[in-house]
Ligand binder design. Structure first.
Ligand SMILES: Cc1cc2nc3c(=O)[nH]c(=O)nc-3n(C[C@H](O)[C@H](O)[C@H](O)COP(=O)(O)OP(=O)(O)OC[C@H]3O[C@@H](n4cnc5c(N)ncnc54)[C@H](O)[C@@H]3O)c2cc1C
Length: 332
C-alpha cells in the first residue's frame, strides 16, 4: 500500500476544510485551477487552490481562513502585470472581484473638511472603470488611468501611471490587512512610493505568502470642467489605441531607464518582430512582448528566455541593462 506523506495529508485536510468553506462563506475553493486565462498574456500553469471573491467581507474571511490553515495566498487583480510560472502557484490564488466604486464628499469625519471630493474604490474594481466614474462625475485627477488595464489593487501596489500621472499623485489613503492580520488605514505618505514601486510591492519574483492585502483605496480629486476632463481622457485612449498592440501582453516589459525609453532601445537593437517560441517582440511597440496565439501557444519559460535575450542584446548594443517591470509569480 502506498504511504501517505505529510504533504499529501496536509493537502487533504485543506481540501476537506475548503469544501466546508463553500457552505460557510459562499466561496468556492477549486483545486488545480488554470491561471493562464486570468492573465492578460495568457500563459502559465495552475494554482493548487483557487477562489474568486466579490465582496470585501468574504475576501477578509477567506484570507483569515488561509492563515488559520497555514496556506499561503496570492492576490490576483487583473493579471496584467504578472507572469505566472509554467509550474503554477503552490498555495491559494484569490482572484479579487470586489468592485464597488463611489464618489464621496469625505469618507469619514477624520478627513480634511474642505471642498475636494474623494473617490472610494474597492481593490478589485477596474482602475479604468474607477477613473471613468470620476470623469462622469466631473472630477479631475484620474484621467491618465482611463487606459490602464488591471485593478485598483494592482495599480496601488505598482504605483501604476501613464500620460504623466500616477497613483501616488491622487491617492489619499488605503485600507489594508497587514502581515499580522490587522486591518489598518495607511496614508499615501506611508507607502514609500517611487517610479512603479511601493512598500506593498514584494519584489520581482513572488510566491504565495502571508503578505498584506489591499482592501480599498480613497483617491482625492478636484472638481473640474466636465467637457475638458472628458476630452483629455478620450485623447489618452486614442493615443493608446494608435501606439500599443492589441494582442495578449503584459504591457511594458522593461522599466524605462532614466532619460530614455526601453522600447526605443529594444527597437534600436533590431529586435522588433523577433520571435522565440510563441512569444514575439511587438512590431507596434517594442517594449511589449506579445503572445499572438493566446492560451496554450506560449510558455512562461519562453517569455523569460525572451526577456533574457533582449537584455543581453540591448546591453551589447547600447550598454544599458534593462530591468523588467513585470513580476514573476509562483514556483520558478
Ligand atoms: C496592454 C497593457 C498596458 C499597460 N499599460 C500600463 C500603463 O500605462 N501604466 C502602468 O503603470 N502599467 C501598465 N500596464 C501594467 C498593468 O496594467 C499595471 O501594472 C496594473 O496596475 C496591474 O494591475 P492588476 O490588477 O492587473 O495587477 P496583477 O497583475 O493582478 O497583480 C500585480 C501585483 O499586485 C498584487 N496585488 C494585486 N491586487 C492586490 C491586492 N488587492 N492586495 C495585495 N496585492 C495585490 C499582486 O499579488 C501582484 O503582486 C499595462 C498592462 C497591459 C497588459
Amino acid at each position: 500500500m502506498a504511504t501517505v506523506t505529510a504533504a499529501t495529508r496536509a493537502k487533504r485536510e485543506v481540501a476537506a476544510s475548503a469544501r466546508k468553506q463553500v457552505e460557510a462563506l459562499g466561496v468556492e475553493i477549486r483545486q488545480d485551477y488554470p491561471l493562464a486565462n486570468l492573465t492578460t498574456i495568457k500563459v502559465g500553469g495552475t494554482a493548487d487552490y483557487f477562489a474568486a471573491v466579490t465582496d470585501t467581507h468574504k475576501l477578509l474571511r477567506l484570507v483569515r481562513w488561509a492563515r488559520a490553515h497555514d496556506l499561503p495566498y496570492l492576490i490576483l487583480g487583473g493579471g496584467s502585470n504578472v507572469l505566472v510560472s509554467d509550474r503554477g502557484v503552490r498555495g491559494l490564488v484569490i482572484q479579487n472581484r470586489c468592485k464597488a466604486v463611489q464618489v464621496q464628499d469625505a469618507p469619514c469625519c477624520d478627513y480634511p473638511a474642505d471642498t475636494r471630493p474623494y473617490l472610494f474604490a474597492e481593490s478589485g474594481a477596474l482602475m479604468a472603470g474607477a477613473a471613468r466614474t470620476a470623469i462622469n462625475a466631473g472630477l479631475t485627477g484620474l484621467e491618465w488611468a482611463v487606459s490602464v488595464p488591471g485593478s485598483v489593487g494592482g495599480a496601488v501596489v505598482n504605483n501604476a501611471g501613464a500620460h504623466g500621472g500616477e497613483v501616488k499623485d491622487c491617492l489619499w489613503d488605503v485600507l489594508l490587512l497587514d502581515e499580522r492580520g490587522d486591518i489598518q488605514v495607511y496614508g499615501v505618505e506611508e507607502l514609500a512610493y517611487a517610479y512603479r514601486r511601493s512598500s506593498l510591492k514584494q519584489g520581482r519574483v513572488i510566491d504565495a505568502s502571508f503578505g498584506p492585502v489591499l482592501l480599498s483605496a480613497n483617491f482625492r480629486l478636484e472638481r473640474g470642467e466636465p467637457e475638458k476632463i472628458r476630452s483629455t481622457a478620450q485623447a489618452f485612449l486614442s493615443h493608446r489605441r494608435e501606439t500599443q498592440p492589441v494582442e495578449p501582453s503584459l504591457g511594458s516589459t522593461f522599466v524605462n531607464p532614466e532619460d530614455d525609453f526601453a522600447g526605443r532601445l529594444v527597437e534600436e537593437a533590431g529586435l522588433k518582430g523577433f520571435r522565440l517560441g510563441g512569444v514575439e517582440v511587438s512590431r507596434t511597440h517594442a517594449n511589449f512582448l506579445i503572445n499572438p496565439g493566446g492560451v496554450g501557444a506560449a510558455t512562461a519559460a519562453e517569455v523569460v528566455a525572451m526577456i533574457e535575450h533582449i537584455q543581453a542584446v540591448v546591453a551589447g548594443h547600447s550598454g544599458v541593462q534593462l530591468e523588467p517591470e513585470i513580476q514573476k509569480i509562483g514556483e520558478w
